[in-house]
Design a protein around this ligand. Structure first.
Ligand SMILES: N[C@@H](CCC(=O)N[C@@H](CS)C(=O)NCC(=O)O)C(=O)O
Length: 204
């Protein structure tokens, strides 16, 4: 199994965490979408990370699709996303909020990083940031009433996605999550010491 992407990408990190939780051996190529366009396109024509190459050479793209495969083949009854029913819907709702927040945080970051200063449209950045932080605030409310994990009393894909989204907010966008989302931050502090999260911590 070959994972394409760097773990400072929330999308790549969530795949790496799942690989670790399921105990799947894998190699990783530390490519980024912007710095290694040609290398990434060899695995994903869209030029985005993550991609994952299976043992038979098949390349999967998009973190959700990759995780769907890992859940099906390796997760089975312990899958981080429950297979069906109300539990599945509840996990997927949180996943959509957290990963949607990542999308919005990245749009705000791209607006800042990929445009000449005079062409940055701050109202658009503010709107993206407001959408993403409102989603994280909703996760904070859920985290407030829970003990160790967000829902179902065990580690699920909801926790993995909340974790990567909170990190992107704090490290990537400089948002003070200790102040603004203290319960979510407490959750990510707890998760950070679990082996799958520790093993995938990026250098920067
Ligand atoms: N929906 C995709 C999003 C992947 C994504 O946006 N990756 C970013 C890195 S964090 C990327 O490669 N950006 C480069 C680009 O969009 O050109 C997923 O879940 O995998």
């Amino acid at each position: 199994m070959l994972l394409i992407g760097v773990n400072r990408s929330p999308y790549t990190r969530r795949v790496a965490i799942v690989l670790e939780v399921y105990g799947i051996p894998y190699e990783q190529r530390a490519f980024t979408g912007f710095d290694h366009r040609a290398d990434v396109r060899a695995f994903n024509p869209l030029g985005r990370i993550p991609a994952m190459v299976l043992e038979n050479g098949e390349a999967l793209i998009d973190s959700g699709a990759i995780i769907d495969h890992l859940d099906e083949v390796y997760g089975r009854e312990r899958a981080l996303t429950p297979a069906s029913g109300a539990d599945r819907r509840a996990v997927l709702r949180i996943v959509a909020m957290a990963m949607g927040a990542c999308d919005k945080f990245l749009q705000a970051a791209y607006e800042r990083n990929h445009r000449p200063p005079e062409k940055i449209h701050q109202p658009w950045r503010d709107d993206c940031l407001a959408q993403a932080t409102t989603a994280l605030a909703a996760l904070d409310v859920i985290a407030r009433s829970q003990k160790n994990y967000l829902i179902l009393g065990r580690l699920t894909q909801a926790d993995v996605c909340a974790f990567v989204a909170e990190r992107l907010a704090r490290v990537g966008l400089g948002i003070d999550t200790d102040l603004q989302m203290p319960s979510l931050r407490a959750l990510t502090r707890r998760l950070a010491v679990e082996p799958a999260f520790r093993a995938t911590e990026p250098d920067r």
